[in-house]
Design a protein around this ligand. Sequence first.
Ligand code: V47
Length: 379
Amino acid sequence: MQSTVEAHPFRTHDPALEPIAARVMAGERLGMDDGLALYRSTDVLAVGWLANQVRERMHGDLTYFNVNRHINPTNVCVASCRLCAFGRKKGDAAGYTMALEEAWETAASGYSEAVTEFHIVGGLHPDLPFQYFLDLVRGLKERFPKVHIKAFTMVEVAYLARRAKLSIEETLRQMRESGVDSMPGGGAEIFAPEVRSVICDHKIDGQEWLDTARLAHKMGFRSNATMLYGHIESDADRVDHMLKLREVQDDTGGFQTFIPLAFHPENTALDHLPVTTGLTDIRQIAVSRLLLDNFAHIKAYWQMMTPKIAQIALRFGADDLDGTVVEEKIYHDAGATTPQGMTRKELCRLITEAGRVPVERDTLYHAVTRTEDSFLIAV
Ligand code: V47
């Protein structure tokens, strides 16, 4: 893809950005101090301009989206994370756990376009055996053999391994055998221990999350990576989080896309915190694109940042939009007012009106070609 760098010389009123810009243009790697300068710069448009250069160098105008469906089999969770409005203690009247038939019906329901991906995550249930999750996935594969199953965060994998008294490797092996194709990026939150101990003290620590991802990649799984920002973390914690992901990526190449997730405080134990602003969200997209030079994709999760901000993010470094989703629970329990799902047509409109070219992809970023009848859901 032709670079537009020469045609548009970089201009900024922030001298701290000049040396960073020179390195970005030369394709050199940025570090902690650069990350801090990007967060602290008063010239957010210049930061976005630089991220857009990298985005266009990598993908031109191409913007990826997929037709997926989220399935959350249970919200019962032992973790009680302060960041979370979704989880419920066992015995809570608002807790739910889907019977297997119900989960399979959910997969088939509520959408007229053929999904290419099921995204499955849920609470850390104290009683559900590992076999339930294996049966859930196996049943989905039997009913929807062509649909890619992206299931279980590194946190769930580690929890299921502990409960089943299996090694992480054996747990991943059995997951693969049952039909899990790749893993979503959730549960990473912020790796810094002093932040993690406040927002999600019962989850695996950051190092275990990274080690589990590394092992999964070495076994041939692809996964995504996330970062939860906009709560009590510092700029340095965010940069540190992304540099740790970059280090694993140097080793494995297994991460597909990075998804910064803005904290939604409503109905959580941290509901005194303010919500992030639009500028914080698009700056985060830009800094992600600039620091994560070995990640092919940066995803704007419209459920979290609203379709309007997600559209702007496509000019600040993002090249990837998640997805039709159909029924989102985690953000909506935390007060999100965005729609629960979006059609393929609406996603294409968002992308085209941002001056970009929509490409429907599958989970592994192969372009999807549709025929008329492929819009009917396979049951
Ligand atoms: O891990 C939970 C976050 C994540 C809140 O891999 C919250 O393609 C904000 O990981 N406010 C789950 N965030 C969602 C997730 C995800 C989403 C879209 C695509 C992919 C992918 C992964 O949501 C959790 C946590 O970081 N979260 N509660 C909250 N109140």
